[in-house]
Design a protein around this ligand. Structure first.
Ligand code: GZL
Length: 324
């Protein structure tokens, strides 16, 4: 088909433009695209709503930033996490992120990562190692502060008197250790006493089963407060308390940590008395740290996310905007 001359010029101009010949002389060439980051993320597990929100944050942010995310979920088993880290090393990823299920046992595999010159960033939970070169930095919440914030609230709202049943998180994990120790330290010198502690492993059904056992062992009047290391166990405990014909939040003070929307809503309806936030939406801040570490920039050894406290004075106003 012969195209009429009056039409040919515009087509030629468009052709030149598309070929890049139409660029103005001062146009700078597009900067070379930054190399795509490949990150191995050894996630601790999929135990509850908090962890689901945490994983979703990492996956969504990786998508948004064009990060090649190799994701592994360890079902709460350290040996699975260690295997995942070894696999990431073998794949020569640019960086490894770990949310360590427990605090100890990490030296050997972290030495392998260091020998392979792959930086490790700890997210969410920290670890106990003597050698500072085994990981670049920690980004997460300050569990010691969370335990203290809850304890301070309990002291204030009980006059420093009461018998406490404690729902512990995963044995050996940083949040369980720190939330227990800081809470216990903060009630020293008061008439508040932890009369029993059992682990519900941060799981909703775990909280319910432990609370059912507590309710068999202790009658109403034998205890006053339930301190749960996370909201999922607190919500499970509430189910057990109601099935026993008691009123959570009224007959028994319920205090917890995480800041799930469901838990803040439970404050609004009077079933939980206080929740300290532990924000799981950490994908952006962790990837910021990874990008800096990979680029050879200095990053703080410890970066803590700010955590808010919710109770009857602010829960109603806050619940609608809770994102997890
Ligand atoms: C805290 C995180 C804990 C949450 C639990 O940062 O490690 O693990 O408090 C979760 O809900 O299981």
């Amino acid at each position: 088909m012969k195209i009429k001359p009056t039409v040919q010029f515009p087509i030629l101009l468009v052709g030149l433009m598309l070929a890049g010949c139409g660029k103005s002389p001062d146009a700078t060439s597009a900067p070379a695209a930054a190399k795509q980051l490949t990150i191995g993320f050894a996630q601790e597990g999929a135990e509850n709503a908090w962890r689901a929100a945490n994983t979703a944050s990492f996956k969504a942010e990786a998508e948004k930033r064009g990060i090649n995310l190799k994701f592994s979920e360890a079902q709460g088993k350290e040996e699975n996490q260690i295997s995942a880290v070894k696999s990431f090393i073998a794949q020569h990823v640019d960086a490894i992120v770990i949310a360590p299920v427990v605090e100890t046992g990490w030296e050997p595999v972290l030495k392998e990562a260091r020998d392979a010159k792959i930086p490790v960033i700890l997210s969410d939970r920290s670890i106990k190692v003597d050698d500072d070169t085994l990981y670049a930095c920690f980004v997460g919440s300050d569990f010691k502060k969370e335990g203290q914030m809850v304890a301070d609230w309990v002291v204030k709202h009980t006059g420093g008197k009461g018998r406490i049943l404690e729902l512990l998180g995963t044995p050996g994990s940083a949040p369980a250790n720190d939330r227990h120790n800081s809470f216990a330290d903060a009630i020293k010198g008061t008439n508040l006493t932890i009369i029993d502690s059992q682990s519900g492993d941060f799981k909703r059904d775990g909280g319910k089963v432990v609370m059912e056992a507590f309710l068999k062992k202790y009658k109403k009047g034998d205890f006053d407060i339930v301190y749960s290391h996370n909201d999922d166990m607190a919500i499970g405990a509430i189910q057990a308390i109601e099935e026993a014909g008691l009123k959570p939040g009224t007959d028994i003070m319920i205090v917890s940590i995480d800041g799930l929307k469901e838990a803040v809503q439970a404050i609004v309806v009077g079933k939980i008395n206080c929740v300290v936030e532990c924000n799981p939406l950490a994908g952006p801040v962790v990837y910021d740290a990874v990008e800096k570490v990979v680029a050879g920039q200095k990053v703080p050894r410890l970066s803590y996310n700010p955590d808010e406290l919710f109770d009857a004075t602010n829960a109603k106003a806050a619940v609608a905007s809770r994102q997890y």
